[in-house]
Ligand binder design. Structure first.
Ligand SMILES: [Zn+2]
Length: 425
């Protein structure tokens, strides 16, 4: 039932305790995030290193969306109760929503998804078929009234930052938009070093609070089945995992213990365009109903980062690491050169840190920086001739090379979001 209403991550497994404790433990050790009982359960805060990872991930997604023709919007995290009555959330999903707040004669609620706001934004202007597909994206907050018993870490939270988008398009455009979303997901997973556990065609099942419209379900299921068949990806159809308004393609990932959860999703929705009376003017001059494709590349930022922490044991891909390069002067004599190297990194936009002899022996400093992708050792010889000896996190040790060349190579790998720390170029 948890997966019913959102174009957002879902969990198929209630027992997430072990997985949570893993990323919780690492998250605390690495200073990424934490919680405070006074702030409340399920309401983690992000420490500077965690915030850096999150910000970098969000910027990657926004840039990928801009390149794919999405335009970003901002919309408020609250809405009037009537908005969710119209969208169907109130009828089908209120168990997972926070109780409404009385505000004068009105009631407002924390939103359980971004779709109704985006439908309202679409509706606020007239649209021609020439504008379609109209791709609207937002990394926005949404809220879920999880019971306190299942809260912890970043996998079950009450405040969620969702990577969301809605494509308003014609029926003929749905398959291409859904395929393009799958391709964006594939590329993001490659950059992030994530391997999907499986692709799932999530269908309605007995007992769920689904919208009753058999013809609509038949058409949208046929569309998504066709998209999956043409993609060549192996997938399984699973009943009982659909959104209340339509079927979805879910990209499942597994934690170390094999427990699955949903990160990414692509959904076809005929229901909300109907409810919001959305339309566009076709080439025939008449009003037509668009279809809504809901899609999320990484799902909730919280769950994505939790998965990345566990998947990489805190050793994030170079472009995502909170500290990308640590500068290690062998002795006090190389401190000046080391500070200069840190400044050069900062000018390039690389996140560098100086770990000088005051922090212990070279060996101890290298061990302390074991999760940092690049370790730049500066001995007397390197300092004298403007070179640097790089050690990579995976154990590779590169011959000393000119600082300019080393930084240019790292910068190129980071800017291209490469999952590799070095290449033969
Ligand atoms: Zn949506």
């Amino acid at each position: 039932m948890r997966s019913l209403a959102r174009c957002s991550p879902t969990s198929t497994d209630v027992d997430e305790e072990t997985a949570m404790s893993d990323h919780r433990k690492l998250g605390r050790e690495l200073g990424l995030f934490d919680t405070d009982p006074l702030i409340g359960a399920g309401l983690p805060y992000w420490l500077p290193d965690g915030a850096t990872v999150r910000h970098t991930l969000e910027e990657y997604i926004r840039a990928a969306e801009r390149r794919a023709g999405y335009r970003h919007v901002y919309s408020p995290v609250l809405g009037k109760r009537e908005l969710y009555e119209l969208s169907g959330h109130w009828e089908h999903y209120s168990d997972d929503m926070f109780p409404p707040m009385d505000l004068g004669a009105e009631q407002v609620v924390l939103r359980p998804s971004l779709c109704p706001h985006h439908a309202a934004i679409y509706r606020s202007r007239g649209h021609s078929y020439r504008e379609l597909p109209l791709r609207m994206a937002e990394l926005g907050g949404m809220y879920r009234s999880e019971l306190s018993g299942v809260l912890g870490g970043l996998t079950r939270v009450r405040a969620i930052q969702l990577n969301d988008a809605h494509v308003f398009c014609t029926l003929d455009q749905v398959a291409d938009e859904a395929s393009a979303a799958l391709e964006m997901i594939r590329r993001a997973y490659e950059a992030l070093g994530i391997t999907p556990a499986r692709y799932r065609l999530s269908l309605p099942g007995p007992g769920g609070k689904y919208v009753a419209a058999p013809e609509m379900w038949r058409r949208s299921t046929a569309l998504l089945t066709d998209v999956l068949d043409r993609s060549g990806l192996p997938y399984e159809a699973v009943e009982g995992e659909a959104a209340f308004y339509g079927p979805k393609i879910d990209v499942q990932v597994a934690d170390g213990a094999g427990r699955e959860s949903t990160l990414s999703t692509v959904q076809v929705d005929f229901h909300q365009p109907e409810r919001f009376d959305l339309h566009y003017i076709g080439p025939d001059g008449a009003r037509h109903r668009p279809v809504m494709v809901h899609r999320s590349i990484i799902g909730s930022v919280e769950r994505a980062v939790a998965h990345l922490i566990e998947r990489h044991g805190g050793a994030f891909p170079g472009w995502l690491a909170p500290t990308q390069l640590v500068v290690l002067p062998v002795s006090e004599a190389e401190l000046g050169r080391a500070e200069e190297l840190v400044r050069r990194c900062e000018e390039l936009g690389l996140r560098a840190e100086l770990a000088g002899p005051d922090r212990g022996t070279l060996g101890a400093r290298i061990r302390a920086a074991r999760l940092v992708p690049y370790q730049a050792v500066l001995g007397p010889r390197e300092a004298a001739d403007g070179r640097v000896a790089l050690r990579l996190r995976d154990g590779r040790r590169l011959d000393p090379r000119p600082v300019d060349e080393a930084l240019a190579r790292i910068d190129a790998l980071v800017k291209s979001h490469s999952p590799d720390l070095w290449n033969a170029a």
